[in-house]
Design a protein around this ligand. Structure first.
Ligand code: ATP
Length: 232
């Protein structure tokens, strides 16, 4: 589904990622964990062509991903929900969802009702303006909007940022349900405990390099991961 091979990338000639290799298979949940500044967001931005690859390759569905081709990728089913959500604040919940449907013409994988069932709070607030919702509700709306575009691979950048524990739990419950419908998920999180509990495989990024990789359950019990990311 997605394959990064020895990818180095960065900003203004400065290399942030160093020879990162990772894969995401069909209907797999893959996590990238790591400290602040490790390069997690840069990895996602590189995948969608927002950050230029300096060496190595990014392939999605067996085709190379080009710099600046973010919209074309969305039409091919690769959707990024960025950390700052980028909702249309002055539009309602339903208007935002329907904007999502426009990102991809034709087939829809998810019915609107299924998506609203995943996040019942959105169903209750159909006519509320996005900008007046809480951070957690906005995160749900951003994921719901991405689902409207029928993704094959959904990438989530720190979905728990700014969320209460209760809303974080609701978001983390939805992710396996989305995967069970056949969507692959690549999720970046600082909240390593929660993400390793739902992921199949994970990568630990340190200073722009993959320091560890493996089954999420194995990484969750790895001493190095426990002391660095799980509070001992
Ligand atoms: P965080 O959890 O803080 O978002 P992260 O692991 O996602 O951390 P990145 O946002 O990928 O880390 O940042 C990795 C490095 O790249 C940092 O040193 C950061 O300062 C630098 N960086 C990020 N965005 C830019 C940019 N637009 N221009 C220059 N440097 C950047």
């Amino acid at each position: 589904m997605l394959e990064l091979t020895s990818v180095s990338s960065g900003y203004h000639g400065l290399e942030i990622l160093h020879e990162v290799s990772l894969t995401v298979g069909p209907a797999e949940i893959v996590a990238i964990v790591g400290a602040n500044g490790a390069g997690k967001s840069t990895t996602l931005k590189t995948i969608v062509g927002e950050v230029r690859v300096q060496s190595g390759s990014v392939r999605y569905q067996d085709q190379p991903v080009g710099f600046g081709k973010t919209h074309a990728l969305a039409r091919r089913g690769l959707m990024l929900v960025p950390e700052h959500r980028e909702l249309f604040g002055s539009l309602t919940v339903m208007e935002n969802l329907r904007m999502g449907a426009r990102a991809r013409s034709g087939r829809t994988r998810f019915e609107e009702d299924w998506i609203l069932g995943l996040f019942p709070i959105l169903a209750e607030r159909r006519t509320q303006l996005a900008e007046t919702m809480s951070g957690g509700q906005q995160q749900m709306l951003a994921i719901a909007r991405a689902l409207m575009s029928a993704p094959e691979l959904l990438m989530l950048d720190e979905p728990s940022t700014g969320l209460s524990p209760l809303l974080t739990e609701a978001v983390f419950r939805a992710i396996p349900a989305i995967r069970d419908e056949g969507v692959s998920i690549l999720i970046v999180e600082q909240n390593a405990g929660q993400v390793l509990a739902i992921a199949d495989r994970a990568y630990v990024l340190e200073s722009g390099s993959v320091a560890l990789e493996g089954a999420a359950s194995e990484l969750a019990s790895d001493d190095r991961v426990r002391s660095a990311y799980l509070g001992g």
